[in-house]
Write a protein of this length. Structure first.
Length: 189
């Protein structure tokens, strides 16, 4: 787990520290706070972020009947996979937003596959639905989302703990979901 993920988990517990502080602590105890990111070159940064970088653009074409059509496409930096999001004669803001939403759903599906389905042996439909419900709950209420400042879609970040002396006395509990694949941290009662 990288220092930014740890930073997100701490925020969810109400512990407001800078991401750089988490990085320094990990470095002090000899844990590489950002595996495979020792280089500060632009090329190294792009390689480390490649899974999350996409480029989007329109291409224009004219049909045999003279109709001008616009195609919205994205390319994933890491895999060079191209995704055609749609084609229309009149690209409106609403049309582009819906195409982007469709792509975002595809991103969720990719996360679901990577974090759950690729690591789980599914017995039957009931087990599949249970696993997906658990993952959906985790995704919406606990999992830090870097795109929204480590918040959760359905759970706001708690108020930060303002008294540093209280932090050593916190009791944190880890809750594993399904079968230990996903870890959630919360204050113990």
């Amino acid at each position: 787990m990288g220092y930014r993920r740890i930073h997100g988990e701490l925020l969810a517990l109400g512990i407001k520290v800078a991401a750089s502080t988490v990085w320094e602590i990990l470095q002090t105890v000899g844990i590489d706070p950002a595996p495979q990111r020792a280089s500060t070159t632009w090329a190294a940064f792009l390689r480390s972020q490649a899974e999350a970088i996409i480029a989007a653009d329109f291409l224009e074409t004219v049909t045999l009947t003279g109709t001008r059509l616009y195609v919205l496409a994205v390319i994933e930096h890491a895999s060079r996979r191209v995704r055609i999001l749609g084609a229309t004669a009149h690209p409106t803001a609403a049309w582009i937003i819906q195409a982007a939403r469709n792509l975002a759903m595809e991103r969720w599906i990719q996360s679901c596959r990577h974090e759950l389905l690729d690591r789980t042996l599914i017995w039957n439909q009931g087990h599949l639905l249970h696993s997906l419900r658990e993952y959906g709950r985790h995704y919406n209420t606990h999992r830090p989302h870097h795109g929204i400042a480590n918040a959760r879609p359905l759970s706001p970040l708690p108020q930060p703990i303002t008294d540093p002396a209280a932090i050593p006395h916190l009791r944190i509990r880890r809750h594993d979901r399904p079968g230990g694949l996903l870890h959630e941290y919360e204050h113990a009662a």
